[in-house]
Design a protein around this ligand. Structure first.
Ligand SMILES: Nc1nc2c(ncn2[C@@H]2O[C@H](COP(=O)(O)OP(=O)(O)OP(=O)(O)O)[C@@H](O)[C@H]2O)c(=O)[nH]1
Ligand SMILES: [Mg+2]
Length: 693
């Protein structure tokens, strides 16, 4: 039997890195009796940070799901990573949730990723609650943080609780709806009267909450103005409407590691957050007719489910985490992957408790589950009945921003590496890889340096291949700024048949991005027609190999305007060699130069660091093209040579105390300034000589 849809809550836990999301989920699991002891991130014992890489680094790298049963309802928690490199997972988690818990740190307040996940939650119009966590820390301040939240996040915020005590003396919270204190002693929560020292603050904030509730409804407002108060039940109902409509965001106080503030959070999830049954039917596309179709959250509707996470493990195989949107998904059945037009055999379905699966016969609408060993299914795919097909809106993933070359530590591991990368890319849509024939390197691209480092570690642990990470070879290109006219002549007389080819070439630059043009300007048969393609081939091959420093030549026009031949000794090969010799000579006479890739870079940093960020970009030969203040954060847009961005991640981290973030993408090619170009050329020569010895 599938669960009762009105008794399900799917909640994504999101926020900046290290604010206590995983710890909060852990505490909710213990409080509801789903677990019997409180796991700790620092000991590597939490339910949702089970991956060995997570345990080692003490941060979440993947979305994980855990559930509990609380007061007769099923709560599914989607614990998402907070670090910028893994934010795609947070977005996918929000996509399948019906509501979000946005966790912020009581010292740091709003941070870069807080704003990012806030925007994602807006995109999916999710009701949400903010939890100000880590209140027991030194310098933690609930009210100051609340103020900064109010300034930076758009939306009306209202505390539903305020803390009792401060910093290490934080002992509990005041519930402003019931006007009671919940004090935590030895991990157990006791209901008491409101202590005197927080009474004034409690009364003032209760007043504000009552106002916020009253303002949702004209009748209620009239009553409030007349009587000066409204009852608890009325107030909760009014607040629920505002929370569901997204016009009000409750703010709660917590210390996840001390078990403070958690029971009221659980109650709020039950009373204020929607169940999947409250959602409208989801819209999708019928892949055959291309018509828009809808799927209602009804167990009798045709089945549809969206895969939001794939975990691949060499031992267990592939696990697909999904949410059912309509109908009933059954174990031991066959489903249809409408995104890829593929049938899938389904074995056992399960509920997820971190890494543990609890087998279940069937999953109804709104449920979150896992299935093992689907053949073709990837993250973002829709599974449905084959007879009633639908493709649900997928999940948008960010493009990689940084690339590294990787090199096997032992010879012959190349095949293992590509298998490993293939598998890892299946579970991580933000991981790309390709072989670059220009630099002869295998490139791995990801969202940031940490992302790629984690990939390399995972490759070693899961697939048993050890690779080293090289800084990527910058894909420079070569071109000319001037013109030249040269003779390329190849003549050889050794014993029997000789070799003879003779060409005259004109070399000119094309506009940036102009590529290559070959012009045949031979009149009167100076070179027979059948050898002209040989000349072009000789030129092209030589351009591919590079002349100045071994980088491909671009933006060039080569005109063949004269030459001579020999009846017996001329051949295809002789003309190829002659043309290549001519180009090499002519290229060097036409003011050759190097081109480098320029990137569009967008940095977000706290306004206080704007000066440092801009100074640093200037120091990297960057051009600032725009700057927009966004609250206390500033967004700086710039164009910077790729060669200067290789170490940016760690510089930005230290400049901004970890609060800055950036993204970049390729823009165009530009000439490398003379002195730097000389250095690049010299380095290539040195490398070549080293290889020859
Ligand atoms: N003092 C204190 N420490 C906390 C609290 N909550 C979490 N921590 C600690 O803060 C650190 C980060 O906690 P996590 O639960 O891993 O935070 P997270 O938000 O899941 O981090 P990521 O998933 O990596 O983004 C750990 O060392 C926790 O023990 C709290 O309420 N008080
Ligand atoms: Mg975490």
């Amino acid at each position: 039997m599938a669960l009762d849809i009105t008794k399900i809550r799917n909640v994504a836990v999101v926020g900046h890195g290290g604010v206590g999301k995983t710890s909060l989920v852990e505490c909710m699991l213990l409080t509801t009796g789903a677990t019997t002891r409180l796991g700790k991130v620092d000991d590597g014992t939490t339910t949702t940070d089970f991956d060995p890489d997570e345990i080692k680094r003490k941060i979440s790298l993947n979305t994980a799901v855990a559930f509990c049963d609380y007061k007769g309802s099923r709560l599914n928690f989607i614990d998402t990573p907070g670090y910028g490199d893994f934010v795609a997972d947070a977005r996918a988690g929000l996509r399948v949730a019906d509501a979000a818990i946005v966790v912020v740190d009581a010292v740091a307040g709003v941070q870069v990723q807080t704003e990012k996940v806030w925007k994602f939650a807006n995109e999916y119009a999710l009701p949400r609650v903010i939890v100000i966590n880590r209140l027991d820390r030194e310098r933690a301040d609930f009210f100051r943080t609340l103020e900064s939240l109010q300034k930076r996040l758009k939306g009306r915020l209202a505390p539903f609780q305020i803390p009792v005590g401060s910093e290490s003396g934080t002992s509990g919270v005041v519930d402003l709806v019931a006007m009671k204190a919940l004090i935590t002693v030895d991990g157990k929560v006791k209901e008491t009267e409101i202590p005197n020292d927080v009474m004034d603050a409690a009364t003032a904030h209760r007043e504000k909450l009552a106002e916020a509730a009253a303002e949702t409804d004209d009748d209620l407002l009239a009553k409030y103005l007349e009587e000066g108060s409204i009852g608890e039940a009325e107030m909760l109902a009014a607040l629920k409407k505002a929370v569901l409509g997204g016009t009000l965001v409750p703010v709660l106080a917590a210390s996840a590691t001390r078990g403070i503030g958690v029971p009221p959070l659980l109650d709020l999830i039950l009373t204020e957050f929607p169940s999947p049954g409250d959602q409208d039917a989801i819209e999708g596309t019928d892949p055959r007719s291309k018509n828009t179709v809808t799927r209602a959250p009804d167990p009798k509707a045709p089945m549809s489910a969206l895969v939001f996470k794939t975990i691949s493990d060499p031992h267990v195989g592939k696990l697909s985490l999904f949410r059912v949107y309509s109908g009933t998904f059954r174990s031991d059945s066959q489903v249809y992957n409408a995104t890829r037009d593929a049938k899938e055999r389904v074995g056992h379905l399960g509920w997820l408790m971190g890494k543990t699966q609890k087998p279940v016969e069937a999953l109804g609408p709104g449920e979150i589950g896992v299935v093992a060993k689907l053949k073709d299914t990837l993250t973002g795919d829709t599974l449905c009945d084959e007879a009633t097909q639908v493709v649900l809106p997928g999940i948008a993933f960010p493009e990689p921003a940084i690339s590294f070359a990787i090199q096997p530590k032992s010879r012959g591991d190349e095949d293992k590496i590509s298998t490993a990368l293939q598998r890892m890319a299946e579970e991580d849509p933000t991981l790309h890889h390709h072989y670059d024939p220009e630099t002869k390197q295998l490139l791995v691209s990801g969202i940031g340096q940490l992302h790629v480092e984690v990939v390399v570690e995972r490759m070693k642990r899961k697939y048993n291949v050890d690779v080293s990470l090289l800084p990527p070879r910058i894909p420079y290109k070569e071109t000319v700024k001037g013109r030249s006219e040269v003779q390329g002549k190849y003549k050889k007389q050794t014993g029997g048949r000789g070799q003879y080819g003779d060409t005259w070439l004109r070399i000119e630059p094309l506009v940036r991005g102009g590529g290559f043009e070959f012009v045949d300007d031979i009149f009167g048969g100076a070179i027979p027609r059948n050898f002209i393609p040989s000349v072009e081939k000789g030129v092209r091959d030589c351009m591919k190999r590079g002349i100045l420093a071994g980088y491909p030549v671009v933006d060039l026009r080569v005109t063949l305007y004269d030459g001579s031949y020999h009846d017996v000794d001329s051949s295809d090969m002789a003309f190829q060699i002659a043309a290549s010799m001519g180009l090499q000579k002519g290229f060097m006479e036409a003011r050759p130069c190097l081109l480098e890739p320029i990137m569009n870079v967008e940095v977000t940093a706290p306004s206080d660091n704007a000066g440092d960020v801009i100074g640093d970009i200037n120091g990297r030969r960057g051009r600032i093209v725009g700057m927009e203040p966004e609250g206390e954060v500033v967004a700086v847009r710039a164009q910077v040579p790729m060669a200067e961005m290789l170490t940016y991640e760690s510089s930005l981290r230290s400049m901004t105390g970890g609060r800055g973030g950036y993204s970049m993408e390729f823009s165009h090619y530009e000439e490398v300034p003379g002195q730097l170009a000389d250095k690049v050329v010299a380095a290539v020569k040195a490398e070549k000589e080293k290889q020859q010895h």
